[in-house]
Design a protein around this ligand. Structure first.
Ligand code: GDG
Length: 496
C-alpha cells in the first residue's frame, strides 16, 4: 500500500495478544489521545501508522489487523530481543530519557546502544520511505526516533516531515554531554517542523543549535506568552524560531532549507473524558469507590507510570511529613496511588519501586488501622473507566513530577471536574504548569512546598477553589488534542 499521511511512532496503537492454549493471535486497540486525535486525519487521507507491535516475536504485514478491524492501516517494524535491550531499554530509556529529564538519574552512554539506535531508526525510516506516497506528509513522534526525519529526507526529498518531542528537551549544557549530539540534532533537523510542548524546551533546542554553530533566528517571545495563556486560537500554531540547514536536494553551494521550531502543547480528548466522568455508571462507581475507601474527609490520589521522573516518592514523603507534624490527621485522610509498571528491567526503575513501596508500608505501619490502610497502593494498570471514577471522587490530585514534558493526568483530572469540584496540586516542572496556571503549584524538590500546596487545597475558600477548577476546565476544554494535532499539521502544510 501507499499512504498520503503517515504517523511514525515507537509503538503501534494496537496490542498483540496470543492465546496461551491455541496460540491464536488477536489484536486489541490501545486507545490513547494520540490515536484518537489522528484517526480522522488518518482516515481522511488513507493514512498509515508505522510502529513496533510490542512483542519481540516477528510480525508480518499479513499478521496485522485489517484497516476495517482496527480503523487504520498499521505497519509493523519488528524489534528483536537485542533491539529491545539496546535501542529501547538502553539508548532510548537509559540514555536519552534521563538526559532529557535533567539527570534525575545519571544517563549511561554506551556505544553499542547508540549503534543499535541508528540501526533501528534506519529500519523505521526504510519502512516509512516504502509506504509514503509521492508528496506525502509524515509525522514522526518522540525521542526513540530522532534520526528518522534525517534518514527519511535522504531517501525521499519529496515528502513533508514533522517531528514532535513528547518529553522535555534539556538545556544546552546538559544536551552537550551526549557523545552523539551532532547526529541526533542533524537527524531531527531532517524535519520541516520540529515541535515541543513548552517554550522552555523549544528555546533549549534553539540555544543548543546556536551554541553548536547553527544558523538560528528566533521570533517575538511576547506572542509566545500570549499563546501559552490560551488567549490565542489553538489553531494558530506558534513558531518560535527558524533554523537554516544545508539543502541536500539542491546542488548549488549555499542553498538552504528552513526548519521551523514551534510550541504545540499536547492535550487530551477533553469532551470525551468529561462525558465519561459525568456518565451515570462512572458517578455510581466513584460513589462506591469512596465508600470502599472509608468515605474519608480528604481523598488524595496519584496516577502515574512507576517512573523516577514522576515524584511519587516525594509526594508520599510530603504526606508523611504532614501526618508526623500533626498538620493532617490520619483519620481524615486516605491516599490512593496507582503506579503502573514501567521499564521494570532497568535498575533505576526497580530502585524507584522499592523506595516507593518502603514509604507506603511505613506510612501504613504508623498510621493505618486494621482494615483501613492510609495509603492504597496499586502496582498494575486499571481500566481507564476506573481511573476516571477515581479522578471524579478525588478531592486533591497530586501531580508532583520532578520533570515532565506535559503530564496528561493533570488535564484528565481537570476534565473529570468540569463542575468546579476538586483541587489540583501541580509541579511547576511539568509542561501542564504552563497552561493550568490556577493549580496549587509546588516545587517537588522541596517537600515543604508540596505540604503547603496540599494544605492550601484543604483550606482555601470553596468559591475561590471552584473558580480555579472552572478556569482550568475552560483551558482544557478549549485546547484539546484535536486542536493540538490540527495546529501542528496546519504548520506542516504551510511548509509544502
Ligand atoms: C509522555 C510524557 C506527556 C496511567 N495509569 C493508567 C493509565 N494511565 C494513563 C493516564 C494518562 C497516561 O497514562 C499518562 O500520560 P502522562 O502524560 O501523564 O505521562 P507519560 O506516560 O510519561 O507520557 C508526558 C505525554 O507523553 C504525552 O505527550 O504528557 O510528559 O512523559 O493518559 O490516564 N491508563 C489506564 N490505566 C492505568 O492504570 N487505562
Amino acid at each position: 500500500m501507499s499512504a498520503d499521511f503517515v504517523v511514525v511512532a515507537n509503538r503501534l496503537p494496537v496490542d498483540r495478544n496470543t492465546d496461551p492454549t491455541t496460540g491464536e493471535v488477536s489484536w486489541t486497540p490501545s486507545p490513547g489521545g494520540l490515536v484518537t486525535a489522528l484517526r480522522p486525519v488518518l482516515q481522511a487521507n488513507d493514512g498509515a501508522w508505522i510502529g513496533w507491535p510490542g512483542s519481540t516475536s516477528p510480525v508480518t504485514l499479513e499478521d496485522m489487523p485489517s484497516a476495517e478491524e482496527s480503523g487504520l492501516h498499521t505497519i509493523p517494524v519488528n524489534l528483536d530481543d537485542e533491539d529491545f535491550e539496546q535501542f529501547y531499554e538502553g539508548f532510548s530509556n537509559a540514555t536519552l530519557w534521563p538526559l532529557y529529564h535533567d539527570l534525575i538519574v545519571p544517563p549511561r552512554y554506551e556505544r553499542t546502544w547508540w549503534q543499535r539506535y541508528e540501526q533501528v531508526n534506519q529500519r523505521f525510516a526504510d519502512t516509512t520511505a516504502a509506504i509514503a506516497s509521492e508528496g506525502a506528509t509524515v509525522w514522526v513522534q518522540d525521542y526513540q526516533l530522532h534520526l528518522v526525519p534525517g534518514l527519511l529526507r535522504k531517501q525521499r526529498g519529496d515528502i513533508c516531515i514533522g517531528f514532535f518531542l513528547h518529553i522535555p528537551f534539556p538545556n544546552a549544557e546538559l544536551f552537550r554531554q551526549l557523545p552523539w549530539r551532532e547526529e541526533v540534532l542533524q537527524g531531527t533537523l531532517g524535519a520541516d517542523v520540529v515541535g515541543f510542548h513548552t517554550q522552555d524546551s523549544a528555546r533549549n533546542f534553539l540555544d543548543t543549535l546556536r551554541a553548536l554553530g547553527y544558523d538560528v533566528s528566533t521570533d517575538d517571545d511576547e506572542d509566545a506568552a500570549e499563546f501559552i495563556n490560551g488567549s490565542r486560537l489553538p489553531e494558530e500554531s506558534l513558531i518560535v524560531g527558524r533554523v537554516a540547514v544545508p539543502n541536500a536536494q539542491h546542488s548549488e553551494a549555499g542553498s538552504t532549507r528552513t526548519v521551523r521550531v514551534g510550541v504545540f502543547p499536547i492535550s487530551i480528548d477533553s469532551a470525551q473524558v468529561q462525558a465519561q466522568a459525568l456518565a451515570p455508571e462512572t458517578m455510581a462507581e466513584a460513589h462506591q469507590l469512596r465508600a470502599r475507601l472509608g468515605s474519608p474527609k480528604w481523598l488524595l490520589s496519584g496516577v502515574d507510570r512507576m517512573d523516577y521522573t514522576k515524584g511519587i516518592l516525594h509526594r508520599l514523603l510530603a504526606v508523611e511529613q504532614l501526618l508526623d507534624s500533626g498538620r493532617l490527621k490520619a483519620e481524615d485522610v486516605v491516599v490512593v496511588q496507582v503506579a503502573t509498571p514501567s521499564r521494570e528491567r532497568l535498575e533505576e526503575y526497580r530502585a524507584t519501586r522499592e523506595e516507593v513501596e518502603r514509604v507506603v508500608s511505613r506510612i501504613n505501619g504508623n498510621y493505618g488501622q486494621l482494615g483501613r490502610p492510609l495509603v492504597h497502593y496499586i502496582h498494575h494498570g486499571l481500566p481507564f473507566e476506573e481511573i476516571v471514577a477515581l479522578y471524579a471522587t478525588t478531592d486533591i490530585m497530586l501531580v508532583t513530577a520532578l520533570k515532565d514534558g506535559m503530564n496528561l493526568v493533570a488535564k484528565e483530572y481537570v476534565a473529570s471536574h468540569s463542575d468546579g469540584s476538586g483541587a489540583l496540586v501541580l509541579s511547576e516542572f511539568t509542561g501542564a504548569a504552563t497552561q493550568l496556571t490556577q493549580a496549587y503549584m509546588c516545587n517537588p524538590h522541596d517537600g515543604e512546598s508540596i505540604c503547603e500546596a496540599i494544605l492550601s487545597a484543604t483550606s482555601e475558600d470553596p468559591t475561590a477553589q471552584r473558580q480555579r477548577m472552572l478556569d482550568m476546565w475552560n483551558q482544557v476544554q478549549n485546547n484539546d488534542v484535536d486542536s493540538w494535532a490540527a495546529s501542528f499539521l496546519a504548520e506542516l502544510k504551510e511548509t509544502k
